[in-house]
Design a protein around this ligand. Structure first.
Ligand SMILES: [Zn+2]
Ligand SMILES: [Zn+2]
Length: 542
């Protein structure tokens, strides 16, 4: 059984699934794992008849703490200020820094078919007063909160420390304030220049009511308060937060002991590793989610996360590797298996559910989707580099029937992905480059029959040139047949002589894209023949 189905059948409803994120900067592709996992859990619960809501929070009252992400003149002014109150650093019309960055991940989620029922913004919730009851409880039980930090995480706050951060009335910072007294209605706070290293408080102090947006709870307390306020019952969380003594364990304890509520079910999930290597920036691409999403269509991205158990590390290193082509081909294999076709290798349990959960829409007709024809990615990557090719005709010939409207969409999507992959990530070996300067050294491996074929080709070209790719293709077949050379070996000879590799795009179209004189000279040269005939001494294998 698929892991999400196993979870769905083990619980009874209704459920509220939640995740939240600090909108602090670019979304790394690995940070899509949590939202995809949660989306699949929600789909599994709903498929099981469980009423489920999907909530996503934007923790935009968190303080700005990354200097590198601010423009230089904004650093002094905005470090420590709630992200919702930092101006957008780019002049593209967002109300704040937080809205700018949150929009990037909301857009990315939507593109992956992840559509929470509700996005909530902490900067909207605090001023409503909805969190005030939890702020009051946390302050009344400050000693319990301090004891939890000490017991669970070995963090010792002073006896005067209270679990709330006031937004300084003077400088607007929230990351620099500490509350040391609570009289039941107001707190006493100080905005300290040296409370944190990354932001400098203004020195202001005073008594203030902590309610209705004047203050924010520290992250672990805020998380537990979100669960109570929103009735959250399921919230997966990354391994970095799920460790012993980590953030999740603290919030779980605060939920139980301070707000007296059982914390949500956790589904801890592992990281996605981008290999040991730093992503190259030279090609203008990195590990940012929106960049990967530009190359890899959404169903393959979902598949990347859905096919693995949450507790398994995913290695994903697209730069200069065939990781992306393999992802496409694996997806096609899962589709074929779901459609009941024979596939190589064993399929994991629940493979058809993996395929279904990878689809963009939960309402998609999975059987029709699975049965659709998907050209192999590596083949497409060659074809899209072939001059003058009719991609549709070529793929229809491969399928041996016309493509359906949906299959045409899949072809367009895969062809675009192949082009983007070649542009951004592909290893050099995947790129077709005509070796114009000299006969490739790889052509030294040509056998006698292949050399004879190339010599015949050069001789025939003295009489004029074919004008279309198809005409070239016929010529190649004619010469091969006349010389009793299997067509496969004739094509290999062309690829080695022109590309320095044993395979390539459709040979007729490759030659049609080149100057005839060049083709003739190169074929002759690579054949090793002279006016007197074949070379006397043949290289190895001849
Ligand atoms: Zn913006
Ligand atoms: Zn201040």
């Amino acid at each position: 059984m698929h892991w999400a189905d196993a979870l769905a059948t083990s619980v009874s409803g209704p459920h509220a699934a939640n995740d939240s994120k600090t909108p602090s900067g670019t979304v790394h592709v690995g940070s899509l794992r949590g939202p995809v996992i949660l989306d699949v859990i929600v789909r599994a619960l709903r498929a099981n008849g469980t009423q489920t809501s999907y909530l996503y929070g934007v923790d935009d009252m968190d303080p700005m703490d990354a200097q590198a992400l601010l423009t230089p003149d904004a650093v002094d002014r905005y470090m420590g200020v709630p992200l919702a109150r930092v101006p957008d650093q780019e002049a593209d019309g967002h109300a704040s820094y937080a809205r700018h960055h949150a929009q990037a991940f909301i857009d990315t989620f939507a593109g992956l078919g992840i559509r929470p029922d509700r996005y909530y913004w902490m900067s909207d919730i605090y001023p409503t007063g909805d969190l005030d009851p939890y702020i009051r409880i946390a302050l009344d039980r400050a000693a319990v909160v301090r004891e939890i930090y000490r017991r669970v995480a070995n963090v010792r706050h002073p006896e005067t420390w209270h679990p709330i951060s006031v937004v300084c009335e003077n400088c607007g910072r929230v990351g620099t304030t500490i509350v040391t007294k609570w009289d039941g209605e107001r707190v006493y706070y100080e905005c300290r220049p040296d409370l944190v290293t990354w932001a400098k408080g203004c020195g202001h102090s005073g008594w203030v009511s902590p309610f209705r947006g004047a203050a924010k709870l520290p992250w672990n307390v805020e998380w537990a308060a979100q669960w109570s306020l929103l009735g959250v019952t399921i919230e997966p969380c990354g391994k970095d937060l799920s460790t012993a003594g980590g953030s999740r364990e603290r919030s779980d304890a605060i939920a139980r002991e301070v707000f007296e509520r059982e914390p949500p079910i956790n589904v801890p999930y592992e990281f996605l590793n981008i290999g040991g290597r730093k992503m190259s920036t030279s090609k203008g691409r990195g590990a940012a989610a929106h960049e990967i999403v530009d190359v890899v269509p959404p169903e393959q991205i979902r598949f990347l996360f859905v096919r693995q158990q949450p507790n398994q590390v995913i290695a994903f290193d697209p730069e200069g590797t065939d990781v992306i082509p393999r992802l496409f081909d694996e997806f096609a294999r899962f589709a074929d298996a779901t459609a009941g076709k024979d596939v190589r290798g064993d399929m994991p349990p629940g493979f058809d559910r993996v395929f279904r959960y990878s689809l963009l829409s939960p309402e998609a007709d999975a059987d029709t989707e699975a049965a659709a024809f998907r050209p192999a990615f590596g083949h497409l990557a060659l074809l899209v580099q072939s001059p003058g090719i009719d991609l549709r005709a070529r793929i229809e010939a491969e399928k041996e029937s016309a493509l359906t409207a949906r299959e045409l969409e899949i072809l367009a999507s895969r062809a675009a992905a192949a082009r983007a992959w070649l542009e951004a990530y592909a290893p050099e070996s995947a790129r077709i480059v005509v070796r114009r300067e000299a006969v490739p050294t790889e052509a030294a491996d040509l056998h006698q029959d292949q050399r004879r074929f190339l010599a015949s080709l050069a001789q025939r070209l003295s009489d004029g040139r074919p004008d279309s790719g198809d005409a070239w293709q016929s010529l190649i077949f004619d010469i091969a047949r006349a010389g009793d050379v299997p067509p496969r070996r004739a094509f290999e000879a062309i690829y080695l002589a022109f590309l320095g590799r044993p395979n390539g795009p459709r040979a007729g179209w490759l030659l049609a894209s080149l100057d005839r004189g060049f083709v003739r000279e190169r074929a002759w040269e690579a054949s090793g023949w002279t006016a007197a005939g074949p070379p006397e001494r043949l290289p190895v294998g001849g």
